[in-house]
Each structure stands twice: as C-alpha cells, then as structure tokens.
Design a protein around this ligand. Structure first.
Ligand code: 9MR
Length: 453
C-alpha cells in the first residue's frame, strides 16, 4: 500500500487552497466550489435567460426561480430544475415583474451550496393607462412642426403622451427672419411660429422656444451682412426683443443661444455672431431676452455635453458669466446619443454640474441612435432592447435630480421616420420612442420603467 508523507499532504492542502481561492473568478482549470449566478441576459417582456458560471467538477446544475427573494415559493418547474449547461431560457413570464434565481452545482452526485441570488425584472408592456406625461413629475416634451401638429394621427399621440412641445424648426431665426426692407427693418414671417404657439396654447402645453440665436440658422441677410458691427448687433437686439415680446406669456422658456462652443477644442465657435458682436455675444443675447421678458425662463442649449468634458466646461464657463449677471435659468443638454454611449455615470456626472449651479436642467432633443456605425440593415430585437435600456438610463438620471432642478425631458420627434437622423445620415436608423405606425417601442417602455422604479 502506498504511503502518504508530509509532502503529499502539503500538495493536497495547497490544491484545496488554490481551488477555494479561485472560486470567485471561475478559473477555467480548477474552478470554484459553488457556482456563481450571473446577471440575466436577453431580458424581455415575458422571459429572460438565466446564466451562471461552471463549478469545479460539476456535472449538472439545479436551478431555482422564484417571484420572491426568499424562495418561499418556486415558479412551476423551477424548483431544483436540472440543467447540464450554463444557462436556461425562461419563458411565459408576466411582464414588469420581479424574478429571482439561484443555482447549485452537482458534484459527485451531491449538490453544492446555493449560489448568490440574481434579481431580474421583466420588461413592461405598457397599457393605455401608462403615458409618458402621466408617469413623470416633470414636463415630457416632443419636437413638433406645423404640419405634424395639424395631422390628426400625430396630434392624438402628442396630446396623449406629452405636456410640453418644442418647435423643431419653426421658431428658428431662418423661419421667422425673412430679410430687411428698404428702411432696414426686419421682415418677419410669423406663420409657422404662430402655428406652434397656438397649438401649445389650445392644448394647455408647456412651450419651450427654440432657438433665438444659432449659427446654423442664420438668415442670408445676416450671414452676408455688409453693414457695421453696431448695426448687426442692433438688428439682433431688435430680432430677439420682437420675438420674445410677441410671445410673452405664451412661450415658457427659450433657448437663447444654441451650440456656441466648438467641438473638442473647448473654444467658442467662430460664428458670425462672435465675429460681429464679440466673444461676449451670448451675454448680450441673454440680456436682450431678459429685458424683453423678465419672466420667461432662459436656457443655454448644446450637444455632446455628457461625453465631451472640455466642451462642457467651456459651455459652463459661458453659463457662469450669465449666472453672475442673473441672466440664465437653465441649461439644455441635447441628448443626441446612441444605444451604447454615453454611460449612465457620464450622464449623472454631467448633470451634477448643473445641479451644483442651481440651474434648471433640460434634457432636450433626446434621440437614441442604434445604427451610428451602420452595422445593421434592420432593427434587431437586441438593438431595440439596448435602446430601451439607454432610454431607461437617461430617464432614471433625470428623474433622480432634485425636484428644484427638474424642468423637462424633451424627445426630438415622435416616430422613427420623423427623425432628422434619417435625413442627415445615409444608413437606416430607428431613434425614437414610436415606430412608423405610431406603435410604442421598447424604448417607450424603458422611459416608463425608469419612472416606476
Ligand atoms: O431636427 C432639425 C432638422 O429638422 C433641421 O433640418 C436642422 C437644421 O435646422 O435642425 C435640426 O435640429 C437641430 C436642433 O435645432 C439643434 N440641435 C441639433 C438638432 C439636430 O441637428
């Protein structure tokens, strides 16, 4: 008979120690002594995939699934359900419901202790009783056009889901400012902007005005201006004063200056406004607006605010000057984002910069691209669910802001085929909360789910 000496015992103890110490990270050779249950995958409205890691010398697994975290009851068929792989697709569940699972490994015919417990909530199938505005304690907005507010199908959903609107284009300078007459006075066209203002008024909706000054909406007369800088500035003052004054008491808030900061560099954009009015053009524009209507809320609005911190800091430095003169009420983060960025933490961090300044926070212009890299040709379920997750992140961050900082979360269009993204980029995309048939997408559910947690 073979004798075991001290050296054998030492090696055995070492092996055991190694096996135990590897239990956390699923070493492919030794492996842990208790399986680790991993986060659920493919979470849908009526099912999910439970996953776990292999256990050392495990030949099979026992899976428990319950609606209660203490496993006092089990889902039919999921009390020690034996499975030989590392996942189980669980179906025919209720929507919007919490489930819990844990596993044990079978080693030499004996079950290991329980793994950790994983919680998972199935996604929501929104009924007609759940609306965006009904679930939120802030304004939920949508970008509209005069044509769409006049379309009964759009109108029905606007009224059902939203309590705030923004003119996608109708209140921009190029839509209103049609040139100068022979005496040098601005020729105004109020047709489109009035249609939006009337719609908000008729339906008791909050109206966010967009945008008084934007380098991409400059009337030809100003883009090619031949007069003096003082004349240019006085035309801009006249324009801002006239527009703000006309809609006093009807427009609740204005984007006074839109996108003043250049990408990446953190410097001011070399717009015609900077060239003619100087680097403090934003302050001047806010002053004109404040003088015209001391009550209306004034916002600065820009994009990439959550991903480009150099740009955000440059915008914040403009805003700090405005705060010093009490000329600004809020800041709009345009949320033209993608299913895979920015992260929830990035959004939180960026929003905290506004909260610490006591500004109203507007998450303006939300759309979530799913095909920015042009890697899909149809809207896959996987992308749709990832988009829903991202919408949920955005809304959760917004909802968690202090009540005093919440203003509105506005979506940049109603249904996928309304979106500017389809005009701007060659590939297909599906960036909004409703599909082409006005049906609610999982992205819609993500919005509601965020408000229910
Ligand atoms: O969605 C708008 C699109 O219909 C217009 O053609 C474009 C130019 O006026 O502006 C789009 O909206 C922009 C918004 O006014 C400011 N932030 C970026 C938006 C998307 O380009």
């Amino acid at each position: 008979m073979k004798k075991y000496n001290f050296k054998h015992i030492y090696v055995a103890v070492l092996c055991l120690f190694f096996a135990v110490s590897c239990s956390e990270d699923n070493d492919p050779v030794i492996g842990p002594l208790v399986p680790k249950a991993n986060e659920a995958q493919d979470v849908k409205t009526t099912g999910f995939t439970a996953t776990w890691g292999r256990v050392f010398r495990g030949t099979a697994y026992q899976l428990d699934v319950s609606e209660t975290s203490d496993f006092s009851t089990f889902l039919d068929g999921y009390n020690s359900k034996e499975i030989t792989s590392f996942l189980a697709v669980i179906e025919e569940l209720d929507d919007n419901t919490n489930y819990y699972y844990r596993v044990r490994g079978i080693v030499d015919g004996v079950a290991t202790p329980n793994s950790n417990v994983v919680a998972v909530k199935t996604r929501l199938i929104p009924g007609d009783d759940l609306t965006l505005k009904g679930e939120a304690d802030f304004f939920v907005g949508v970008a509209v056009s005069p044509e769409r507010v006049a379309d009964p199908a759009h109108d029905e959903v606007y009224q059902r889901e939203f309590n705030s609107i923004t003119a996608e284009n109708a209140m921009k300078m190029r839509s209103i400012f049609k040139g100068l007459d022979a005496s040098g006075n601005i020729i105004y066209d109020w047709t489109e902007s009035d249609a939006i203002v009337d719609y908000a008024e008729d339906n008791g909706m909050n109206l966010h005005g967009h945008a008084l000054v934007w380098h991409e909406s400059v009337p030809d007369t100003l883009a090619n201006f031949g007069g003096s800088n003082a004349e240019f500035e006085s035309i801009v003052e006249d324009y801002i004063t006239t527009v703000v004054d006309r809609y006093e008491g009807k427009v609740d808030s204005w984007d006074v200056v839109n996108e003043a900061v250049e990408e990446g560099s953190g410097g001011l954009r070399a717009s015609v406004f900077v060239q003619k009015m100087g680097v403090d053009f934003a302050t001047k524009c806010f002053r004109f607006a404040r003088n015209a209507d001391p009550v209306v809320k004034l916002f600065y609005n820009d994009f990439n605010m959550t991903t480009d911190s150099a740009k955000r800091n440059a915008a914040l430095s403009i805003v700090d000057d405005l705060i010093a003169e009490d000329l600004i009420d809020g800041f709009g983060f345009q949320m033209h984002i993608s299913f895979n960025f920015p992260s929830k933490e990035e959004i939180e961090t960026a929003a905290a910069d506004l909260v610490s300044r006591n500004l109203l926070v507007h998450f303006s212009e939300l759309d979530v691209r799913v095909n920015a890299s042009a890697d899909i040709t149809e809207f896959t379920e996987e992308r749709s669910l990832a988009q829903s997750d991202k919408v949920r992140d955005v809304v959760e961050v917004y909802d968690a802001l202090p009540a005093a900082n919440k203003y509105a979360l506005s979506i940049w269009g109603l249904k996928d085929d309304d979106s500017w993204i389809l005009d701007r980029f060659p590939q297909d995309d599906w960036p909004l909360l409703f599909d082409e048939e006005f049906e609610k997408k999982p992205a819609f559910s993500g919005f509601i789910e965020a408000l229910q947690n």
